[in-house]
Design a protein around this ligand. Structure first.
Ligand code: KIV
Length: 282
């Protein structure tokens, strides 16, 4: 089994140009599969609201939802770097709230770091969390928790004015003390500039090449059916496999093909003895 990575490994990987592999997971089996596959990092994203809990946005997700799913992921992947995603309203109100909630991720769910969305406007939150001794990652570009303000799940930094703001956000995140930055749905030219400009690792989801890539497991496995972002590559179609398995099971139950003799427990004494006992109840 590979040794669990630390922040020192991630800094070295950036320096040496070694790519970090990163996926989301929300449950024990997926986390265990990721660890077995040698994935470097797992994000227990608040995307769990849409991928697993069936909400139409990430905003209804609570701290308790996140903690519970992070615990399951930690049990499934004890040797993998886990990022706990701070849900909507767990850090927006005050620095104190941000530190207390980041602390819950570390104490209760044993994640390695937390992630929160925003740049300049959350710099004081990042600083407060980092000052409490907690590793914190920034997330800029398409930030789903503020997708209302962005006009939907839209790519960011496509014009010079917006790209300049993103670069300022990236610098603010680093300056505030984040150990890494995630950039989402941004043109590769802008991501590349940010990656070169920052000393901390810069990871990408839908933002072209960077120090590593994140993908949402529900998207890449074909589990999430509501929509597929342009930047997703589907590596499997688990929805189709699952629906077909359910259909076949239902058909076999209905026509008596399942269960067969192979799927039952056999009696340990002669049937005559059982028949005698059944008679006692007649
Ligand atoms: O919640 C999540 O999975 C995320 C990604 C969209 C980056 O924050």
């Amino acid at each position: 089994m590979a040794k669990k990575k630390t922040v020192v490994d991630f800094m070295r990987m950036k320096k040496e140009g070694e790519q970090v592999t990163w996926i989301t997971a929300y449950d024990y089996p997926t986390a265990s599969f990721a660890e077995q596959a040698g994935i470097d990092m797992i994000l227990v994203g608040d995307s769990l609201g849409m991928v697993v809990l069936g909400y139409s946005s990430t905003n209804p997700v609570t701290m308790d939802d996140c903690i519970s799913h992070c615990k399951a992921v930690r049990r499934g992947a004890p040797n993998t770097w886990i990022v706990g995603d701070m849900p909507f309203m767990s850090y927006q109100i005050s620095d104190e709230d941000a530190v207390a909630n980041a602390g819950r991720f570390i104490k209760e769910a044993e994640v390695d770091c937390v992630k929160l969305e925003g740049g300049v406007r959350v710099a004081s939150r990042i600083k407060a969390i980092a000052d409490a001794g907690i590793l914190v990652m920034g997330h800029i570009g398409l930030t789903p928790q503020s997708s209302g303000q962005l006009g939907g799940f839209k790519a960011q930094g496509r014009d010079v004015k917006n790209a300049r703001l993103l670069i300022k956000d990236a610098l603010a995140v680093q300056e505030a003390g984040a150990y890494a930055l995630l950039v989402e749905a941004v043109p590769p030219e802008v991501t590349k500039f940010i990656q070169k400009k920052l000393d901390i690792p810069v990871y990408s989801i839908g933002a072209g090449p960077a120090d590593g890539q994140l993908i949402i497991c529900g998207d890449m496995l074909g589990l999430f059916q509501a929509f597929t972002p342009k930047f997703v590559k589907k590596y499997a179609n688990i929805a189709e496999i699952t629906i077909n398995a359910f259909k076949q099971y239902a058909e076999e139950v209905r026509n008596g093909e399942f269960p067969t003799d192979q799927h039952v427990y056999h009696i340990l004494e002669p049937i005559e003895e059982f028949e005698k006992m059944f008679k006692e109840f007649e």
